[in-house]
Design a protein around this ligand. Sequence first.
Ligand code: FAD
Length: 271
Amino acid sequence: MNIKTFDSRPVALPIKKIVKENETTNTYVFEYFLGSKPGQFVMMWIPGIDEKPFSVAFDDGNEFWLTICNVGGSTAELFKMKEGDKVGIRGPFGTAYKFDEGDHLALVAGGYGAAPMYNVANEAVKKGCKVEFLVGARSENLLLYTHKVLGLGSNVKLHISTDDGSAGFKGFITQVLEEVLEKEKVNKVFTCGPEVMMQAVGKVADAADRDCYLSMEKYMKCGIGVCGQCTIDDTGVLACQDGPVMNYDDVKDLPEFGKYHRDSVGKKKHY
Ligand SMILES: Cc1cc2nc3c(=O)[nH]c(=O)nc-3n(C[C@H](O)[C@H](O)[C@H](O)COP(=O)(O)OP(=O)(O)OC[C@H]3O[C@@H](n4cnc5c(N)ncnc54)[C@H](O)[C@@H]3O)c2cc1C
């Protein structure tokens, strides 16, 4: 299909393929011209259940991928669906990670954040960028996208950390980042993962005097700046429109950053 979706109307798409990444994570492949940039997200409507935002993991104009963890109500229902079943897709929405020809990037991923970071790496190597790809997980079996990253060629170097030492460096990925920023002439740090991890990444990048961008994932309902659900406290900034990709300098002093997020009814949930 080669039709561009109108921003606020979902297009019904069959799931072309489901790839099991690990025990809690699947990648959903759709054949469709999405026209997204790395860092942007789509709203996926699971018929009769809910509509949720998911970051784009790959988009070559013919197909796009969403890598999704089974964590709760909607995702549990999605995980019951089969290839050929249809979902509704709106988007792409939000801001993107920006890079220029010749940039040397450090991409720091935690959890499903490995998928949008892979999207950046895949597009950045096409522009002649060098990439340090840093991915952390609790243990080896939870690491995502490492094989795909290794397939991106010699301009991409993979760095792994696990909490239990079952693969790569034993410890946090921020410790690996400190070393990488000491040794390599990285000029931009991009990160996507749990907010507390991104906060730590921002601090390391700041200390090493590198520009840092992250993905502010707030509870989103409409994705198009109408409902106000994803407003960032004390700013009025909407994470769905002014984000999700934002500069660390613009968020580091916000009262909620790294401390809490708001649930579906706006209640504070501390990390
Ligand atoms: C811009 C953006 C991109 C995203 N990309 C992805 C992606 O690529 N892959 C992926 O698996 N998920 C992604 N998410 C999260 C996803 O949208 C859902 O929130 C998640 O799948 C939980 O939905 P659920 O209904 O299954 O669980 P729920 O029953 O709603 O929640 C399960 C648990 O997750 C928490 N939770 C739900 N939503 C959020 C949120 N936005 N922030 C923090 N905690 C939350 C709940 O408090 C609860 O503890 C993204 C979110 C945003 C805002």
